[in-house]
Write a protein that binds this ligand. Structure first.
Ligand code: SF4
Length: 343
């Protein structure tokens, strides 16, 4: 069972056709159907849905209209390395799901497993995280949370793969990576502070919190070690009770460090290259999230890149059809003509 409905692959012609048809809608009609409703069914947004806007909002919008990003060789290599790293920390088992409640039950169950690993090993990988950004429900998976020395701070980190076996310059950490990590920290700390309204999550995801999980999942959850001894028989294996454990378990931890880590692995063999660090900036992430949420809610249209980042257009698959780029070219040539007339 998939948690979101993926569009069928579109060929080059239909991709272009869709763009041409919907570009004007993106720019003139965005308030009628928000991207949140149109592309995410008004249910869940992912952390990457926010972070990717930092590269080029217009490109992200076109990509959504065309049915999602195309998987590249680098993305495949990155996923392989991520899977190998995850298996170093825990095993992965497949549990059959019958309902959407089962599906979300597994996601929240994985939170409990991750927190248990944090508690015992001071480290976990692929920790699911969730919360709200401006009323929008957001879900994500943190690559790694860990503590270097007992009694220290929890460090949130993201793993990136590189084609070259050396660290990039500090200034080369992409804004999208910074926003991604800052949003992880924001969601992690909010859960630790208990700042979450579970009822709104059920409403937003259109889930029945009292529906009992299917037998396989129910049995696993009933046996889960965090349940009070002797209470297994009374425990109703459903989202409401599972979420209670999630919230309680988060309450046992302290807020994460303000220093965020980007760890780099060599794409060729997965070996560790090293890490770069940067500081969390509350004002910066808040203003970014406020602006991004306005796009997702359809309160404003997406922007293309500023002129100083026009190099991004040269490697953009939507460059030929991009209204933003075409308008900028038109504006520039008008300016040039006006200048020529004056001089
Ligand atoms: Fe963004 Fe440029 Fe691509 Fe348009 S052509 S979507 S402005 S990167």
């Amino acid at each position: 069972m998939n948690d979101n409905i993926r569009g069928v692959p579109v060929n080059k012609f239909s991709r272009k056709y869709k763009l041409a048809r919907e570009v004007s809608e993106a720019q003139t009609n965005s308030t009628k159907v928000s991207p949140y409703a149109k592309f995410r069914g008004s249910k869940v947004l992912y952390v990457t849905d926010f972070a990717s806007l930092a590269w080029c909002e217009m490109q992200q919008h076109y990509s959504l209209m065309a049915g999602g990003k195309k998987e590249t060789k680098a993305m495949r290599a990155g996923s392989k390395i991520h899977n190998e790293l995850e298996l170093q920390v825990h095993d992965i088992v497949t549990i059959p799901t019958k309902t959407r409640e089962d599906l979300w039950g597994i996601k929240f169950y994985n939170v409990i497993v991750g927190l248990e690993s944090l508690d015992t090993n001071y480290k976990t990988r692929e920790l699911p995280i969730f919360g709200f950004v401006s009323d929008l429900f957001v879900f994500g998976i943190i690559d790694q949370v860990g503590m270097k020395n007992r009694g220290g701070e929890w460090t949130i980190s993201d793993t990136k793969t590189r084609v070259r076996p050396f660290l990039p310059d500090q200034s080369k950490i992409l804004p999208s990576v910074k926003y991604q990590l800052m949003l992880y920290k924001k969601l992690f700390d909010a859960l630790i502070q208990g700042a979450i309204d579970e009822e709104i999550i059920y409403q937003r995801l259109r889930l029945n919190p009292d529906l009992e999980f299917s037998s396989e999942l129910a049995n696993i959850i009933k046996r889960f070690g965090n349940l009070d001894e002797g209470k297994e028989k009374e425990f109703q294996p459903n989202l409401r009770n599972l979420m209670r454990i999630v919230v309680n378990n988060f309450g046992k931890f302290r807020k994460s460090s303000n220093t965020l880590e980007v760890n780099y692995k060599y794409q060729k063999d997965g070996s560790d290259i090293g890490s770069l660090y940067f500081e969390y900036e509350e004002d910066q992430i808040m203003s970014y999230l406020t602006k991004s949420a306005k796009y997702w809610k359809g309160d404003r249209t997406p922007d293309g890149v500023p002129i100083e980042e026009a190099w991004k257009c040269q490697i953009c698959e939507f460059a030929d059809d991009c209204e933003w780029r075409l308008n900028k070219i038109k504006e520039l040539s008008q300016k040039k003509r006006a200048l020529a007339e004056i001089t």
